[in-house]
Design a protein around this ligand. Structure first.
Ligand code: ASP
Length: 291
């Protein structure tokens, strides 16, 4: 049984500003990433490889706030965060506040597999990524006019994240999350996406990737909260995911999450106006949606 869900962030354009052409572009970007992850699972590959393939595709797209399309901080610079977690072994890796790694999710995976650490930040993370043979890019690679305009005009709603969760044919779960954070954040600010248990988590019950106001995800330990509710209270995945959204609302923040459990159940709740999301369930049924 295989299943995958991905998101392109809860900071979707407000519905009144979404043109049919833009909606089609976002959905095509989601479909590409979904396909990249699903191909891995269909071929009998690992959930960890599937979530990384999907997130790399999202990072490479200028449409989503991660990798290439990351938003600007208040210094008009980019600082990216990402993490991965392997549910079967509870191994995890993350990078934070990196400015030169083309695919932060791959650096997160390298931290998990090739170092004794879980989280590397800034320059040290970049040096490590280079030593691991990962692509470093000039900071100009992350330039996008729309994100710069968003910063200069203080346009709200310019946040977002990308993520993927998957169940593979061996019954193993994995999660990956990557983000530029949000427009105008302070230099040095780290969000929830590279914090294991906050914006990203996987174990043998479920895999979770969050998006939304990262400070609230950290304070509410929301990704782990979904897993904990399943373990300690025996809640179903949808019930646990709904409860996490209630907690998020209680923290006066918005956002959403995607999650999959070991039976292939998928939940994609959000309390923001929209969330770019897509999934393929164990029966092969495909969803691609924004609002
Ligand atoms: N969670 C991300 C962060 O705070 C932003 C988002 O998902 O919208 O870094």
């Amino acid at each position: 049984m295989i299943a995958i869900a991905i998101h392109g962030g809860a900071g979707a354009l407000p519905r009144r500003k979404m043109t049919p052409a833009a909606s089609a572009r976002y959905k095509a970007g989601l479909a590409r990433a979904l396909g990249a992850g699903y191909e891995v699972l269909k071929a009998g590959g690992k959930s960890l490889d599937a979530v990384c393939a999907a997130v790399v595709a999202l990072e490479d797209s200028p449409l989503f706030n991660a990798g290439r399309g990351a938003c600007y901080n208040s210094d008009e610079k980019h600082e990216l965060d990402a993490s991965v977690m392997d549910g079967a072994t509870l191994r995890a890796g993350a990078v934070a506040a990196v400015s030169r790694i083309r695919n932060p999710v791959l650096a997160a995976r390298a931290v998990m597999e090739k170092s004794r650490h879980v989280l590397l930040v800034g320059r040290g993370a970049e040096r490590f990524a280079r030593q691991q043979g990962l692509a470093l890019v000039d900071e100009s690679y992350f330039h996008t006019r729309s994100r710069l305009t968003a910063l200069r005009k203080r346009i709200e709603g310019h946040h977002g994240t990308v993520g993927a969760v998957a169940l593979d044919a061996n019954g193993n779960l994995a999660a990956a999350t990557s983000t530029g954070g949000y427009t105008g954040k302070l230099p040095g600010r780290v969000g929830d996406s590279p914090i294991i248990g906050a914006g990203n988590y996987a174990d043998d019950a479920c895999a979770v990737s969050g998006t939304g106001i990262g400070e609230a995800f950290i304070r509410g330990v929301l990704a782990y909260d979904v897993a904990a509710r399943m373990h300690y209270r025996g809640e179903s995945l949808p019930a646990a995911a709904r409860a996490a959204m209630k907690k998020l609302a209680g923290l006066k923040a918005d956002g959403g999450l995607i999650a999959v459990d070991r039976r292939g159940n998928i939940a994609m709740p959000f309390i923001s106006e929209g969330m770019y999301r897509a999934a393929i369930d164990p029966r092969g049924r495909r969803t691609i949606a924004i609002y």
